[in-house]
Design a protein around this ligand. Structure first.
Ligand code: ATP
Length: 604
């Protein structure tokens, strides 16, 4: 397929403002795409070359190298490329304009026909393969190889194609297409309609690779997708919990009785074992095996199944007292080079809480009680490996008691999990089969939320000329859009503020991203990517904000009074942010608490 088809699609996607239009454009694109390269087309839409969990290198072309490549491909100086980029707003447009001028000139001197026949048409495959080669070029001399390959591509590209190739290499394609939209479009293009959507979603949850899922459905059809099973080495998207803070209602939600377990404050780990091979994936499915050589050993020795996929929380332990330490301690392990020193300094323990697969059996479709039995059967407890502390409860008082015990021992709270016959492992889903009950739920907003940056405002006074506040949004997982909740300007240290321009730069766009729903116009729009933890005094209703607009009151959305920035949540992607529905639930609980306190029944 000519790369031109993709470039035209990108251009069309740039100009639309509604998600339904986006889906229609993608359906058209998928139908045109030969099945054997549809994975690559999906990766382009996701603005990546492969899923992160594969641990393959990123493109790694510095801005300076891109400028150099454009200069070489267009016969300009690097200076003039930079100047053109400044005038036109980005390097992609600069490449397009300069290439076009260069070709015009060449055409004039060589004669139209001679010139036209000298260029062959770029295909999607050729662009993808060259970009993959650019990424794979590592080590000494790789900088020049990367530049040379990029020059080659640009020389063959049309001006418009060059615009998108450059933006992709820069990591600034900013199409704003979400996974949910791609899945909707695949369901329509190959599954016969939206009823195929859950099948596609389940396959994605088991494969964490939309390109692969697209390829299976396009080549082999929906039946083949249905038959997918967990595979050791391929991460499964994690099951997530809803939140609640009333023991009685929590038990009602899980069907009267459930497991209640410690909610450890550590790092979630999905551990894959095959013989003596062990891979550890993070909550975001990154391969973090190298950070935990000690866990690899514990698992090798302590998991008796030959092949298994288990899940647990890795917790830092105080070597002197044996007590839990806060999860920030684990961050030291992210620095690759001193892992072995840190392993001694801050030992860890893994508390397993689930098994998704063992020796040929897919346990994701089995109820929790069965999964726990299997887990207990394959784990040999040791100093570094254990099963999460839990009991079965029916009584809210007992639940509350266990909660206090968990808190006293340094846990963050408890997880309550349904144990009825339908209590399957819902990969990739946040649902009421698991409920988190954390220590900091009170009537006022003492619990934090995770919101996505969708815009930024320039500051005044001391912050004049720099960004002083951010427009934050919740994720509406039903509509796959981001709805604004608040403008946050406090809680940032001077250092946080100084870093903002660089942090936001790659995501700034010149008009509202298609999946953002906002009545407020920030100074700059930001593609939803960065997630921050926010706290405030309380949740309020606001006619300005669009979060859950109409769900509590017809003309107002949910907002946060006195919001404060706490920290970046690099471990979360935009779709992992707190959802609009969660905020509705939190708001309702807040009303209830206020009503209880004041003795009024109708605080709403
Ligand atoms: P949070 O920000 O509260 O950690 P999250 O969005 O990362 O939440 P949730 O599913 O909402 O994920 O909350 C459950 C998280 O708690 C898991 O991702 C896991 O890291 C952690 N956890 C700790 N103990 C348990 C347990 N016993 N069972 C399940 N998850 C647990």
């Amino acid at each position: 397929m000519p790369f031109k088809v993709l470039a035209d699609t990108f251009e069309a996607l740039e100009s639309i403002t509604a998600r339904t239009q986006m889906t229609n454009i993608l359906v058209g694109l998928f139908k045109k795409t030969p099945p054997d390269i549809i994975d690559k087309v999906v990766y382009f839409l996701e603005e990546r070359l492969w899923p992160d969990w594969k641990g393959l290198p990123e493109l790694g072309v510095a801005e300076k190298s891109i400028i150099k490549a454009i200069a070489l491909a267009t016969g300009q100086s690097e200076d003039s490329v930079e100047k053109t980029a400044k005038t036109l707003g980005d390097l992609g447009k600069a490449a397009e304009a300069l290439l076009s001028a260069y070709r015009d000139k060449a055409r004039k001197s060589a004669g139209l026909l001679a010139f036209a026949s000298s260029r062959r048409e770029l295909t999607v495959k050729r662009v993808y393969d060259t970009l993959a080669r650019i990424a794979m070029a590592q080590g000494e001399g790789s900088k020049d190889i990367k530049i040379r390959l990029l020059v080659g591509l640009l020389t063959e590209a049309s001006p418009k194609e060059a615009r998108y190739i450059v933006r992709f290499v820069e990591g600034k394609l900013r199409l704003g297409v979400g996974e949910a939209t791609i899945m909707d479009a695949l369901a329509i293009a190959f599954g016969g309609g939206s009823f195929a959507r859950p099948i596609i979603e389940r396959a994605f949850n088991l494969r964490a690779d939309l390109g692969e899922v697209a390829k299976i459905i396009a080549i082999k059809g929906i039946e083949e997708l249905k038959a997918l099973k967990p595979t050791v080495g391929i991460p499964i998207r994690p099951m997530l919990a809803e939140r609640h803070n009333d023991p009685k209602e929590i038990l009602e939600k899980v069907g009267g009785a459930g497991f209640v377990e410690y909610k450890y404050d550590g790092e979630r780990a999905q551990i894959h074992k095959s013989g003596s091979n062990v891979i550890i994936f993070s909550r975001r499915l990154e391969n973090i095996t190298h950070q935990y050589p000690d866990v690899v050993e514990y698992v090798r020795k302590g998991i008796k199944a030959n092949e298994a996929i288990v899940e647990g929380e890795i917790v830092a332990i105080d070597p002197d007292t044996g007590e839990f330490k806060p999860f920030q301690e684990l961050m030291h392990r992210k620095r690759k080079y001193d892992v072995h020193a840190v392993v001694k300094e801050i030992p860890v323990k893994v508390f397993l809480f689930d098994v998704l697969y063992a020796d040929g059996v897919d346990y994701t479709v089995r109820p929790l009680v069965e999964r726990r039995k299997v887990l207990e059967g394959i784990v040999e407890r040791s100093e570094g490996l254990d099963i999460a502390e839990y009991i079965t409860v029916k009584d809210p008082v007992e639940l509350e008691k266990f909660f206090m015990k968990a808190i006293n021992e340094g846990a963050e709270g408890v997880m309550v999990k349904a144990i009825h016959k339908d209590s399957i492992y819902q990969a990739g889903t946040r649902g009421w089969l698991w409920i988190k009950f954390k220590r900091d739920y009170r009537s006022e907003m003492i619990d934090t939320v995770d919101l996505v940056v969708v815009g930024a405002f320039y500051g005044r006074g001391r912050r004049g000329g720099k960004f002083g506040a951010l427009l934050m949004a919740a994720y509406n997982d039903e509509k796959d859009v981001f709805e604004t909740v608040c403008k946050v300007g406090s809680g940032f240290t001077d250092e946080d503020l100084a870093k903002l321009p660089d942090l936001l730069k790659p995501y700034i766009v010149d008009k509202k991203p298609a999946r953002v729903v906002s009545n407020i116009e920030p100074d700059v729009w930001v593609v939803p990517k960065l997630v921050a933890e926010i706290i405030g005094a309380e949740l309020t209703l606001s006619p300005l904000h669009t979060c859950a607009l109409g769900k509590v009151r017809s003309d107002a959305g949910i907002s946060i009074r006195f919001p404060r920035f706490i920290r970046w949540r690099d471990d979360k992607g935009p779709e992992d942010a707190t959802t609009s529905n969660e905020l509705v639930e939190m708001y309702k609980r807040q009303l209830k608490k206020i009503a209880e306190k004041t003795g009024e029944g109708e605080a709403a």
